[in-house]
Design a protein around this ligand. Structure first.
Ligand code: TMP
Ligand code: ASP
Length: 237
């Protein structure tokens, strides 16, 4: 399937229409951003690694019965996906404390969260993705009651599948962000699942293997993403 015209270009991916009105091409770029786009860099190979890791994760989720937008890999850095009408909402589940949770609540990093927490954020860089709740979502019509319960149910089902999958690879799934969209009326998982949008720590050493290496200037960003791919059994070259 060929790319036709660019529909949208985000911070790390570009989206193209195709001859099929129900399908889009996602191009995973090497651009890497943090802090709502205030820190930006180009990391060679990142687009390819994320495309392949995302394809692997989406395929595993489909196998577990979760409907995603993923159709198939097209090339090293492109995938074919269903065209969704995205909700402007980010769903975050945390199994271990880190990031904005620690800043907001003054808790230390690395505490087990049992049960895991669930948070909604509004997808809006200018407003720094503020945290919102179900009342905001309903009041502003970003989604309805059914959508809210489907997003919560799917996000936790995905947690069960992915926590296990990463654990078997010696990786702790600390937290992650998901986005959903509508496909012919049904809410399905969209966007991506890559080390850009989650926190992954080595189970033993708790070494960070995700975008926090970039956010915190720790170096070895691509090496860490490659290590995640290697441990999951994703073939890169
Ligand atoms: P946070 O600790 O910054 O709130 O992020 C929680 C998790 O969600 C972390 O794995 C990063 C991911 N995330 C994104 O990838 N993009 C976003 O815009 C937000 C709010 C979170
Ligand atoms: N993805 C967002 C950004 O690029 C948030 C982050 O990952 O820090 O700004």
């Amino acid at each position: 399937m060929k790319k036709e015209k660019e529909l949208y270009s985000g911070k790390a991916k570009s989206v193209y229409t195709t001859e099929d009105p129900d399908k889009l091409v996602l191009l995973f770029r090497d651009d890497t951003s943090a802090f709502d786009g205030r820190k930006i860099d180009q990391l060679a190979r990142k687009g390819m690694i994320n495309n392949k890791v995302n394809a692997f994760i989406m395929t595993q989720l489909e196998r577990a019965g979760i409907i995603t937008h993923f159709d198939r890999l097209l090339s090293d850095d492109e995938s074919l996906v269903k065209r969704l009408e995205m909700l402007p909402i980010e769903c975050v589940v945390r199994n271990v404390s880190a990031g904005s949770l620690c800043r907001r609540l003054g808790v230390e990093e690395g505490l087990d969260l049992n049960p895991p927490t669930f948070e909604f954020f509004l997808k809006n860089d200018e407003l720094h993705d503020p945290m919102i709740n179900e009342y905001h979502i309903r009041a502003f019509g970003w989604a309805d009651d059914d959508d809210i319960s489907v997003m919560k149910r799917l996000t936790f089902e995905i947690n069960d599948v992915l926590k296990q999958l990463f654990f078997e690879a010696g990786i702790l799934l600390v937290d992650y962000k998901l986005e959903f969209g509508r496909y012919h009326g049904q809410l399905v998982l969209g966007d991506e699942f890559t080390p850009d949008g989650c926190r992954l720590w080595d189970v033993e050493t708790r070494e960070k293997l995700d975008k926090d290496r970039f956010r915190q200037g720790l170096g070895g960003v691509i090496e860490a993403y490659e290590e995640v791919a290697r441990r999951l059994g994703v073939t890169l070259d």
